[in-house]
Design a protein around this ligand. Structure first.
Ligand code: ZN
Length: 244
């Protein structure tokens, strides 16, 4: 991507600088995207004037500020190379990547080490993507086993039974409970410590009894986990640090 054209607008005390990428394929609309690496990018049709682009950026300044703050505080994207580490059940295990003749990538977890074999011919972003995909597959499998076990453990104690348990990849939710009694859990949960996994499990099970977050609901959670407030706070902190 090349963006030689730059602009900036003043928004309160803040200057929002942006790069403009023009394309003949873009007929009318102007699109703004934000990421950690490139900052604010404006995709625009070939002939849109700099003033119109600045106006569009100004109109979306609030959203740009909010989104760039969120991007800056999200965990650093890992390269997925040897020497880095990955979370599992609240601990971090070293990552060791070797290039072999496998297709794509495979993960083995031994002695708390993530051993990843990756296809020799893959390079750069393709290599990272193959490793990320294999790791997600591995985490999802662990999440299935772990959550099935924890749900049946807490179901017994709370005398509540979900109709089914599914593993999902929602970006911003740890779990959910739908009206038909289905519990959904985020696979990233297994990156956290067991006491936080249990909090999410108890929370979602309690929704089978009380579907909202009323005092009655929290009473039900507290009846099972007396220290739920601590765990909830911890989940907010630790939850922000996981992900691949
Ligand atoms: Zn809830």
């Amino acid at each position: 991507m090349t963006a030689s054209e730059r602009g900036a607008i003043q928004f309160g005390d803040t200057q929002i600088a942006y790069a403009v990428v023009r394309s003949w394929r873009r007929k009318k609309t102007i699109q703004i995207t934000i990421d950690r690496e490139h900052g604010v990018l404006v995709a625009s049709p070939l002939r849109t004037s700099a003033k119109i682009i600045a106006d569009v950026v100004r109109a979306r300044a609030n959203w740009i500020m909010r989104t760039s703050q969120a991007a800056a505080s999200s965990p650093e994207r890992q390269q997925l190379v040897s020497g880095e580490s990955l979370p599992y059940l609240g601990h971090r295990g070293p990552l060791a990547v070797v290039a072999t003749n496998v297709v794509g990538a495979t993960v083995r977890f031994t002695n708390s080490t993530f051993e990843v074999a990756v296809q020799q011919s893959l390079e750069g972003e393709n290599r990272r993507a193959a490793i990320a995909k294999a790791l997600e597959r591995w985490y999802r499998k662990r999440a299935e086993e772990c959550l099935e076990e924890r749900v049946s453990y807490w179901s017994l104690r709370m005398a509540l039974k979900p109709t089914r348990v599914l593993i999902r990849g929602q970006k911003r939710r740890w779990g959910s409970c739908s009206l038909d009694g289905t519990l959904r859990f985020n696979w990233r949960l297994v990156q956290l410590t067991l006491s936080l996994i249990d909090y999410v499990v108890v929370h979602e099970l309690a929704h089978l009894r009380v579907p909202n977050h009323s005092p009655l609901f929290w009473e039900s959670v507290a009846g099972t986990l007396t220290d739920f407030k601590l765990r909830r706070k911890q989940l907010k902190q630790d939850g922000a640090t996981v992900g691949i």
